[in-house]
Design a protein around this ligand. Structure first.
Ligand code: CA
Ligand code: CA
Length: 402
């Protein structure tokens, strides 16, 4: 208490209050900002208050009891914070068609190293055998060689990716530059069955799916039948197990004066996109084309930030994909960032509604009546864009903890 009888807020009090309000992990930076605010407030209180009389005991037994109680609450809250559940994630990617899929996978590994993510599997919608081999090589590079990898059969984009050939790169000594034991997608399980197996073993309403390629795998999951893993069909299994589908697809703003922009991930498999949009039973958040182009990954980071190791797949893939070097849109990383940190204010969300996919691949959003609807899409201000870009860079460049 100060001499005017005002309770003096401690940094811990406000941190504990903030922790109590949040259901997920909290950025230490936001706590630090909060603490700075409290420090300022306390300084102002101190400056404006008359000096306390000397020889006055300002802490009463009741005050001590109250302080102890607050400390206890803060410690309990801190313990809860430490043991926050990681996001259970299945990452569905067209690895090899653009370098931003690799950015997202690097981010996932950094997030898993700090306990924020539990990567249950990577499934691939690019139908080329090197995509799975390269994915396993990246997982191995990050010290997780046994992450399950599933592949699409009879999928779209069967041509080789520009950088998946890194899976077979060898150094002067003849050894693989990026060791891995899944040599080809031909040896990997089919994605739909793998996803069903994994979902069946997870708690209800606990799994986050991130789709940053085509709709093929998740549409097939939706139409899957009961099997040895679950008596539920695909739609019922998704409704029971999947908390969120975060998806990079479509466009929800005007792109270069085009109000009907046809986005790559949709138009490569339009029937699958239409079926998923029509029937998916759990919440969906769409990261439209406009988000990734508004928070490009700076090429300067590619040049400067990965030198801590002789060979890193990110700059080598980037060079193969974009030989001239340029800032690359972050379509897939933004989708991942929202999925892991939906409550951090990196993005705003549209009102709820429904997305449908037209026959030409256009994504059409209609707000729901009375605020209802399964779908939302990401919205990002210029201020948020700066935060998002920096978060993506810092997660991508984090060294492996092997
Ligand atoms: Ca492996
Ligand atoms: Ca992609």
């Amino acid at each position: 208490m100060n001499p005017r009888g005002e309770a003096k807020l401690t940094e811990l009090d406000l941190c504990a209050a903030e922790i109590g309000r949040s259901r997920s992990r909290i950025l230490s930076v936001s706590l630090c900002a909060l603490c700075a605010t409290v420090r300022d407030k306390n300084r102002r209180l101190k400056a404006s208050a008359p000096s306390a009389p000397k020889n006055v005991n300002r802490i009463t037994p009741k005050g001590i009891e109250s302080m102890n109680s607050k400390w206890l609450m803060a410690l309990i809250a801190a313990a809860t914070l430490t043991h926050a559940e990681p996001v259970r994630l299945i990452f569905d990617t067209d690895m090899g068609n653009d370098s931003d899929d690799l950015m997202a996978l690097c981010m996932i590994h950094a997030l898993q190293s700090r306990g924020a993510v539990d990567l249950l599997a990577v499934t691939i919608t690019k139908d080329h055998p090197q995509a799975a081999a390269f994915t396993d090589a990246v997982n191995t590079f990050y010290g997780r060689p046994d992450i399950p990898v599933g592949v699409v059969k009879n999928g779209v984009t069967p041509e080789p990716g520009k950088f998946n050939l890194l899976a077979e790169a060898k150094d002067a000594d003849g050894n693989l530059r990026y060791p891995h034991d899944l040599k080809s997608g031909i040896d990997a399980p089919e994605a739909t069955g793998l996803i069903r197996k994994i979902l069946a073993g997870q708690p209800d309403n606990s799994v986050t799916l991130v789709q940053v390629g085509f709709f093929t795998n998740f549409q097939r999951l939706l139409g899957s039948q009961p099997d040895e893993y679950s008596p539920l069909d695909g739609k019922a299994l998704i409704a029971k197990k999947v908390k969120l589908l975060s998806i990079m697809a479509g466009a929800f703003q005007t792109i270069n004066w085009n109000t009907r922009y046809l986005e790559y991930n949709v138009i490569k498999d339009i029937p699958a996109a239409q079926k998923l949009a029509k029937e998916w039973p759990s919440p969906v958040v769409w990261s439209g084309f406009e988000i990734g182009i508004a928070a490009c990954y700076p090429y300067a980071s590619i040049e400067r930030d990965y030198g801590y190791i002789k060979h890193h797949p990110m700059p080598e893939a980037y060079a193969l994909y974009s030989p001239k070097g340029h800032d690359r849109p972050t379509w897939d990383p933004t989708t991942l960032l929202y999925a892991v940190y939906p409550e951090r204010g990196y993005f705003d969300l549209s009102p709820p509604g429904t997305v449908t996919v037209a026959d030409d691949g256009a994504t059409v959003f209609k707000p729901g009546k009375e605020g209802g609807g399964r779908d939302r899409y990401l919205v990002m201000s210029a201020e948020q864009s700066a935060r998002v870009r920096e978060a993506i860079v810092q997660l991508c460049v984090e060294p492996p903890r092997r």
